[in-house]
Design a protein around this ligand. Structure first.
Ligand code: 13P
Length: 248
């Protein structure tokens, strides 16, 4: 079984005054060694958060697919790596919607992240209409197949996060059976694409994960961790999720 991995996604939250909280979470990570814990902070905090936390990995929430160039306002994978990022989220639904990122864009970003020896956390997930249509699995697997990077050596370079769009920030989650069905389908797609090494890729669940539902979600087969938004923003809410991962 893969070691459970809990990744906080702070989204557009966090100022330097929140670094004390990074230290607090990193102490929780040290106290729960059976779970891997990381936090993806805004680009402005990566360097200071990485310096403040030697146990817990720090990640970025996006990067450009190109190494450098005329892309005002963007940061490259090399830039966030230089600041100390170990993970980069790519293809979050908020970026797919707000910035119009396509599956091809997401694939290119994942490849750029891996080329810098970081781990790409590649997000996929269906809308509520797609869930209600009964086609969620087929839609997510197509999105996944079009977004997966072409790489030979996968060692710790890729995670997939299944995040149903309608579950993000809403307090609603799919049934445990629906999560199990989706994660199994994602696992099969990863093995088709990468062979046996597809079994070593963490598949995270994201969307309203919290201290109340984490244990149930993390005990589902092929749920190898969580990508946590709102509940990662306070130690009181994040610690129970870390505990659940440590005990799963
Ligand atoms: P919430 O945990 O706030 O639903 O956000 C999930 C998410 O989007 C993590 O990337």
């Amino acid at each position: 079984m893969l070691k459970k991995r809990i990744v906080g996604n702070w989204k557009m939250n966090g100022l330097k005054s929140d670094l004390a909280y990074i230290i607090e979470i990193s102490q929780q990570a040290a106290a729960h060694p059976k779970a891997d814990v990381a936090i993806c902070v805004p680009a402005t905090l990566i360097e200071s958060a990485a310096k403040a936390s030697d146990i817990m990995a720090i990640g970025a929430q996006d990067c450009h697919a190109s190494h450098s160039g005329a892309h005002t306002g963007c940061v490259s994978a090399a830039m966030v790596a230089e600041c100390g990022a170990k993970y980069v989220i790519v293809g979050h639904s908020e970026r797919r919607t707000d910035q119009g990122e396509s599956n091809a864009d997401v694939k290119a970003k994942a490849q750029a992240v891996i080329a810098q020896q970081m781990c790409a956390i590649l997000c996929v997930g269906e809308s509520e209409d797609h869930r209600n249509s009964g086609n969620a699995v087929a839609i997510v697997i197509e999105q996944l197949n079009l977004s997966l990077p072409d790489i030979d050596n996968l060692e710790n370079s890729l995670c997939v996060a299944y995040e149903p769009i309608w579950a993000i920030g809403t307090g609603r989650i799919p049934s445990l059976e629906e999560v199990a069905e989706m994660h199994m389908a994602i696992r099969q797609a990863l093995v088709v694409k990468y062979g046996d090494s597809g079994n070593d890729i963490h598949i995270l669940y994201g969307g309203s994960m919290n201290g109340d539902n984490a244990a149930d979600l993390l005990n589902i087969a092929h749920v190898d961790g969580g990508l946590v938004g709102g509940a990662s923003l306070s130690a009181a809410k994040f610690t129970p999720v870390i505990e659940a991962a440590n005990n799963a």
